[in-house]
Design a protein around this ligand. Structure first.
Ligand code: APR
Length: 249
């Protein structure tokens, strides 16, 4: 019944909003951060993903980022990404607000993607502002650690992701909060919802009267506020929900 209930809610949604986390990309081969096999079970996030750490030792940062960055660059969208793109194209959700920096929502055709934690697809020099693609920098990492800026030879090339201790992208946060305040359906997919302000988005939506659907492999702190909770794999559950939705003309 929960699948049908979720399908009914999404079918009638006109101002739906989706919030996604690492769980939506897990089936694309990108490890999550928390939970089983999560990156933070191997590394201390404050150590390897904070701006202070990056500034104190860019090489140490890049040694960890080299592996994850390589996996993310090779990853392809999975059926969960594709389902969200279809929900948008059929007018059931107006945007995907994501904590992910892998760019897979855009690759799967989502048009309005709000990147709350920046993008891992670009790299910027903190000294001279030079920007280049992560793919280009990734190729140099076997020879250069940390990678050097080709414009100023500096060693502070940083992926355009938001590290712990960095200010959040205000425009993106504002946009997500505004859409949450207007949402009729809030769809949370693949997030432990422990990192703020991203985790505030579903709370704003519920407080504003939205019906919430949570799809996550494990329980989340907002399950009790949700109308539908499905503990499962997003790449299986979302297509099943789409199949249960009446075919739109
Ligand atoms: N389908 C659905 N959910 C899944 C799947 C899957 N296939 N695989 C794992 N999950 C769930 C896990 O159970 C976990 O609760 O996805 C959730 C991912 O949670 P986190 O790893 O904490 O990722 P996220 O919520 O995106 O983290 C938020 O924390 O470390 C920072 O900046 C980083 O953006 C990240 C933020």
């Amino acid at each position: 019944m929960t699948i049908q209930h979720a399908a009914d809610l999404l079918s009638s949604a006109r101002r739906g909003l989706a919030l996604t986390g690492a769980g939506v990309s897990a089936e694309s081969g990108i490890p999550t951060f928390r939970g089983e096999g999560g990156l933070w079970t191997r590394y201390d996030p404050v150590k390897v993903a904070s701006i202070n750490y990056f500034m104190s030792d860019p090489a140490a940062y890049w040694k960890v980022s080299k592996e994850r960055g390589g996996v993310a660059l090779a990853a392809k969208p999975n059926p969960a990404h594709q389902a969200l793109a279809r929900l948008e194209s059929e007018g059931h959700i107006s945007a995907v607000a994501t904590q992910n920096t892998d760019g897979l929502h855009q690759d799967s055709g989502s048009k309005r993607v709000i990147e709350l934690h920046g993008s891992g697809r670009m790299v910027e020099c903190l000294d001279c502002g030079h920007r280049e693609s992560r793919a280009q920098v990734q190729k140099r990492l076997d020879d250069e650690m940390p990678p050097r800026c080709p414009a100023c030879s500096g060693t502070f090339l940083k992926p355009t992701v938001i590290l712990f201790g960095e200010p959040m992208p205000q425009v993106a946060v504002r946009e997500a909060f505004d859409l949450a305040g207007q949402a009729d359906v809030m769809l949370v997919v693949g997030s432990s919802l422990v990192v703020f302000p991203a985790a505030e988005v579903p709370l704003i939506a519920v407080r504003s009267g939205a019906a919430m659907i949570v799809i996550n492999a494990e329980p989340t702190p907002v399950d009790r506020l949700a109308e539908v909770v499905i503990h499962g794999r997003a790449g299986e559950v979302l297509p099943e929900i789409l199949r249960a939705m009446p075919i739109s003309a």
